[in-house]
Design a protein around this ligand. Sequence first.
Ligand SMILES: Nc1ncnc2c1ncn2[C@@H]1O[C@H](COP(=O)(O)OP(=O)(O)OP(=O)(O)O)[C@@H](O)[C@H]1O
Length: 547
Amino acid sequence: MPGHEEVIGTVAGPGEDPNEFIFVTPADQPIKTGEFITYDVTVDGESRSVFARVTNRELIRGLPEGFLADPEVGPETVAATLGVPTDDTELYRMTATVIGFYNTNMETFANPRQLPDPGTPLSIAPDGQLETVLPNLGCDTVETEVTQLDGVAHIGWLLNRPERATNIHIPIEEFASTHLAILAATGSGKSYTASVLIEEMMRPTSRASLLVFDPHGEYDTLAEMQGHESFREEDGYEPDVVYYDPERLQVRISELEIGDVMAILDNPSNRMQDRLSTAWRSMQNQESETWGIDDLMTEMRSEFGGNDASVGALEWRLRRSIQRNDLFDPEENVPLDEIIDPGQCTVLQMDTLDRRDQQLITTVLLRRLYRERLNDVRGRESEVEHPVFALFEEGHRFAPTSGDAPSLGIMRTITSEGRKFGFGLGIISQRPSKIDQDVLSQCGTQISMKIRNPNDQDAIKKSVEAAGEDVLRELPGLTPGQAIVSGDAMNTPALIQVRPRRTEHGAGSLDVIDKWREAYDARQREPTRSESADFGEGDSTGVQSLD
Ligand SMILES: Nc1ncnc2c1ncn2[C@@H]1O[C@H](COP(=O)(O)OP(=O)(O)OP(=O)(O)O)[C@@H](O)[C@H]1O
């Protein structure tokens, strides 16, 4: 309450936008843009603390005549309220946007639809209140102790405040059901932030069922959660971290849909497409789910005759692209019960698979999981009887704006429908402009970090409606680990410092200079070939042996 907190400035008058007001503050008040301030107003006869965000800051020297929007509030009044002398005082002219007062019935902000009167004293919003009202935690009082709530993820603290002064806990259920996007340029802390959230989701209070699609092998160190005391509970809980290596990733051929097969085959002619679709459909209508390319060819020949040129050409392509690729198998499929379990984080390591194979295994796995979630919610027998959250590194690879990624269709389906079936997706990407707009705009919670590329900034602005221009202006200036959190998990966007990981971070870039120096030193210590030969070691050259 402003009455209890130190006054840091005074309202001068309205700003340009209907929700904006201008206030002045002396230079010794370190108010940064993005800071949350508060003032009291009476709404329907009740005194309310309204929160506002500082969006702009300009230095003004002295108090020019006519500066204040309301002529009734003279410079002396402002200066007197601030307790500073009027002569030679440096003042800042600040712009703030009203967020609203926290309505404990609606459990979110309500806009009072009236700007503060000129002369209204302003205070810095108290840390404890911000912890309760900034994230969408559904608290019914601003005094709630958020660390006591179940299912919250401690992601970090407000950037404008001292370290750990205003901790931000976001509701896991919100981002895990209405999807998440983590967007940032390379090296800005995407996989670090994703790992922080994984850690939070795997703690004893949440025990999530997570699947990480990892095309680069960046999540090796999550295994440290096993045996780490922050993740253990007295009832015996400890997260299970399972690494699934590429050799174990297999797709049963009958799980492929005709669209997937067309994407695998190089540009088949219309006639080939026609032949293949007919035969594929008849195979899918069979009872057996374990058939291979030989069975498919038998079917095609019986339909179109053994001498059909298109059938011959298809056979060659099918054998080359499917039969000889270890990813596909007439029988084997990744068993869902090996990769999905509550309290289990499975990392699907796809680093040795090419892009097309990564997309195909992803397509088929997502389709199977979605089917099982649908069955579960509809009361039918299901292999996956609990919600699932799947996280995608290089999200633009699986849901690209252009190209023919077979995974795009199922990614769109899950982002638009998954919420109803307890299936959430997290898309991580350094190229937001290369992610399908439908998929990106369905990601309800966004964590945006440093992004300089103008196209990527535009993509974020378009899809991250919740963040607002003034907050997004910060994007290019962020440093690694700093982020804007916005969307469903927040009542209003906030600029945060992501907390340090509990486990080691394994995805840092190589320390090139150290590696060169080490390699050079190692090379210096090796005996040269001629020295080895002198000592009778290793291969000697023909010339030396003749000597
Ligand atoms: N919250 C943080 N606290 C401390 N250090 C951090 C934080 N976030 C990122 N870093 C540092 O920044 C480095 C890069 O982070 P990270 O590997 O997550 O980047 P990235 O955006 O995933 O990069 P890439 O696109 O190359 O995978 C980390 O190795 C770490 O040193």
